[in-house]
Design a binder for this molecule. Structure first.
Ligand code: HEC
Length: 149
């Protein structure tokens, strides 16, 4: 009987797993954490849409998505204030220990986004693909050092 209950629980966990991030955010009350995670989700959503256009033969407005990423970064605000290292967050403590380096990584991502906007506005898919990859690299470079798995 215990085994059956366990199997049922595992199945439920697997089923609701996809909403876990949202649940974690709902439990989190620190506005800085909730705001930055929500904004990263917006950026990631537009990256996904661009991926569809650039790599999967999808239809869409490249400039819109690129500009939306830029706008999201510009609305990040003070995303890592003191005290926002505690809670439902994957931000590593190293961020606050190496703030200038962390900010450099943020600037690199913003710079790559500006290039992405220029390329996307020109309508040149090749150039937009290159800029997209560069931005993807900037996301990864920061996550590798400053985001928990
Ligand atoms: C300067 C560092 C930095 C850059 C650049 C960066 N991120 Fe992140 N990202 C983080 C950190 C730190 C977290 C964890 C935030 C938290 O949990 O409080 C995170 C979290 C996320 C999350 C999870 C949000 C959630 O719901 O918990 C996504 C998705 C994400 N980033 C996507 C991206 C994408 C896409 C890019 C590039 C276009 C990017 N990030 C660039 C540092 C960065």
């Amino acid at each position: 009987m215990k085994k059956i209950i366990f199997a049922t629980c595992a199945a439920i966990v697997a089923f609701v797993g996809i909403t876990l991030t949202t649940d974690a955010q709902a439990a989190e009350k620190n506005p800085a954490i909730v705001h930055r995670q929500g904004t990263y989700e917006v950026v990631a959503g537009h990256m996904g849409s661009l991926k569809a256009i650039l790599f999967l033969g999808g239809e869409g407005d490249m400039a819109y998505h690129a500009e939306a990423i830029k706008a999201a970064w510009e609305h990040m605000g003070k995303a890592y204030p003191a005290g926002s290292d505690v809670g439902e967050t994957r931000a590593k403590p190293e961020i606050w220990q190496n703030m200038p380096d962390f900010q450099e990584k943020g600037k690199a991502a913003y710079g790559a986004t500006v290039e992405l906007v220029t390329a996307a506005q020109s309508g040149d898919k090749g150039a937009t693909t290159e800029a997209f990859k560069k931005l993807g690299g900037a996301c990864k470079a920061c996550h590798k050092e400053y985001r928990k798995k």
